[in-house]
Design a protein around this ligand. Structure first.
Ligand SMILES: Cc1ncc(COP(=O)(O)O)c(C=O)c1O
Length: 413
């Protein structure tokens, strides 16, 4: 059997103090954080590194889970059939976006122009920017991005903004692809269904350099309704008017071809709606504590997709039987939910925030002993803002770290 450098290092560790100095090469317990960094820089590889070697807290992607989720959604879309333009706001990671495209997605949604720019420059096609581009900065960047990537699409919900977009596009001699953002009663963005949306679509259709492409209507409220049947009822109710407006646009001869919406919570509901042409689900690649709690078609836990995203933490203090302190606190997790993270693969323990850099595990009946130095993996409360806290994700298969992906659009909000 081949002896790896790690085996050698472990062996040399067991030789201990009696070994000559040069044999007790660093690191005796695996790679140090500096070595991990240096391997990445010099060798462009991370082979031989395991979860134990990583700095904590770190963002971890389970590659088998991620790939399974990407394939499952792609297969669902293909069978429906419906197009898939997943939302990249979840992962902000071009490596994941390109895998989604390879699996059949026709493009990617981006929450903002700056997120979209990063994705397009990384080679991701068909970016739909799902927030309105308002103001000189965003409009000029949208025009520049579309000049570079002509399949870029933007959403609108206001006639004045539509005029500004047309003026800027005409000045730059660029055609902008425009989707009418219709509010499915979430009151976040979007024009109302029916007449207001029709008027806006007609305006877009008439103005120079604007190409009407269809309707964007995302119901964030439907996505997290507890219970499959309740969720189905909610989504069908709120999506009926936007879809009918889209159909009316087509009946009236407007060149609307895309009807885009849906989320991870409603992918198997909205994909069956007549008129819907594409889905923009995002969280399915990772899942999180929030999504798992909404319930599936046949299960209390929503487990249509695997939990592939965790934060790795270390037990840094263990002075009581009933508690342990982790090095992952408020700065390691998104805190926009009422609940915190959940410990993975260890029952009888509960996490609570213990400060900026600390988390407290309350230990009642642990399924295995919790010891000082243990590495603990935790499912994140809400995946999108959690990813945005980290510069990179360590990708693992089992215990082995096999790749490191930058969160390339991190901070591009
Ligand atoms: C406009 C838009 N579309 C799609 C999504 C994806 O939803 P989910 O991550 O729940 O699948 C989001 C998420 O917030 C969104 O804001």
């Amino acid at each position: 059997m081949k002896t790896t450098r790690r085996d050698w290092l472990r062996t040399s560790a067991s030789v201990g103090a009696s070994a000559p100095f040069f044999l007790v090469a660093k690191p005796v317990w695996g790679y140090s954080v500096d070595e991990v960094e240096s391997k990445l820089k010099k060798e462009k590889s991370i082979s031989g590194v395991t979860l134990d070697d990583l700095p904590t807290p770190s963002l971890i992607i389970d590659l088998d889970g991620l790939e399974g989720n990407i394939a499952k959604m792609a297969n669902h879309a293909q069978a429906a059939p419906i197009n898939l333009r997943p939302h990249g706001k979840t992962h902000k990671c071009p490596e994941i976006a390109l895998r989604q495209i390879k699996a059949g997605a026709l493009g990617l949604c981006s929450a903002s122009i700056s997120e979209g720019e990063r994705m397009a420059d990384a080679g991701v096609p068909g970016i739909l920017i799902t927030s309105e581009s308002v103001g000189v900065n965003k409009i000029s960047r949208l025009v520049r991005m579309t000049a570079k990537h002509p399949d870029t699409m933007a959403v609108v919900d206001n006639p004045h903004n539509v005029e500004r977009l047309s003026e800027a596009a005409a000045a730059a001699k660029v055609d902008l692809n425009i989707m009418i953002d219709i509010d499915p009663v979430g009151r976040r963005t979007g024009v109302q269904s029916g007449e207001p949306a029709m008027k806006l679509a007609q305006q877009v259709d008439k103005l120079p350099r604007l190409k009407l492409r269809g309707v964007h209507s995302y119901s964030g409220r439907s996505s997290h309704v507890d219970g499959f049947l309740e969720r189905k009822k909610h989504s069908e109710t709120v999506m009926a008017a936007p879809i009918e407006t889209f159909e009316k646009m087509k009946r009236n001869g407007l060149p609307a071809e895309i009807m885009s919406g849906a989320s991870t919570g409603t992918y198997n509901i909205d994909s069956g709606m007549r008129g819907m042409t594409e889905m923009q689900a995002g969280s399915y690649v990772f899942m999180d504590v929030d999504y798992r709690s909404i319930g599936g078609k046949n299960s209390a836990v929503y487990n249509d997709f695997q939990a592939s995203l965790t934060v790795l933490a270390t037990v840094i203090s263990k002075n009581y039987d009933d508690r342990a302190t982790l090095d992952a606190g408020l700065k390691a997790f998104a805190t926009d939910r009422e609940f915190g993270p959940e410990v993975l693969g260890l029952t009888g323990v509960e996490y609570r925030f213990g400060g900026d850099e600390h988390g407290i595990l309350t230990i009642s009946e642990p399924s295995r002993p919790v010891k000082l130095g243990d590495k603990i993996r935790l499912l994140v409360p809400h995946c999108d803002p959690n990813v945005n806290l980290y510069d990179r994700a360590y990708c693992v298969r089992g215990e082995n770290v096999v790749e490191v992906w930058p969160i390339g659009a991190r901070g591009h909000v």
